[in-house]
Design a protein. Structure first.
Length: 194
């Protein structure tokens, strides 16, 4: 159904559009060109056999502007979406949808790293926090607690001290041994995002 809807919308959009640019022997848009559609939106970029292909900029009248890769007439590859209110989304695109790593920049300049899956945004700040910076504080309080308990109960029951040590090891393992922590560190680190 989506393909039918896309094909219908393309036909409606192309009817009444004006094109200035290069063409192939069949009269199709091919090479560099600019197409202004009947609704006021326009595309300026590369074409191949009548389809947007390569780098191009597509601006919707009174709406967002997309600058980036195109393949087979849909957004594909690295691209940036500039919203009218100043927000910018830099992301990977696949078949006209954001899919992969991305950076969402608010109009005030705040950057949020995200992963997109078929246009669904998963903000990294909403996921398990990186607790590495909290390790030293946790270690201090655990050792202080263990020291207090050892002083109080050292001669009564050594199993309490061993139990708290085991609980601390379990907490450490949960923070640093989880698949989520490893996944987020290996798959998406802010230095990898372009």
């Amino acid at each position: 159904m989506d393909k039918l809807k896309q094909a219908l919308m393309k036909k409606l959009r192309d009817a009444g559009s004006t094109y200035e640019g290069q063409a192939n022997d069949l009269g199709q848009r091919h090479g560099r060109g600019r197409c202004t559609y009947i609704d006021g939106s326009f595309y300026d970029g590369e074409w191949a056999d009548g389809k947007r292909n390569g780098y191009g900029e597509y601006t919707i009248r009174n709406g967002p502007t997309y600058k980036g890769g195109w393949q087979n007439d849909v957004k594909h590859g690295q691209g940036e979406l500039y919203m009218p209110d100043g927000r910018i989304i830099m992301a990977e695109w696949q078949n006209d949808k954001m899919h992969g790593k991305g950076v969402y920049t608010e109009s005030d300049g705040k950057r949020v790293y995200a992963i997109y899956y078929n246009d669904i945004e998963i903000k990294m700040s909403d996921q398990n926090p990186n607790n590495y910076d909290k390790f030293h504080n946790n270690l201090f309080w655990v050792l202080a607690t263990l020291g207090f308990l050892w002083a109080k109960y050292a001669f009564r029951n050594n199993w309490i001290l061993i139990g708290f040590f085991i609980c601390y090891c379990v907490q450490f393992g949960e923070i640093y041994g989880t698949k989520t922590y490893k996944y987020l560190n290996n798959i998406l680190s802010p230095s990898d995002v372009k």
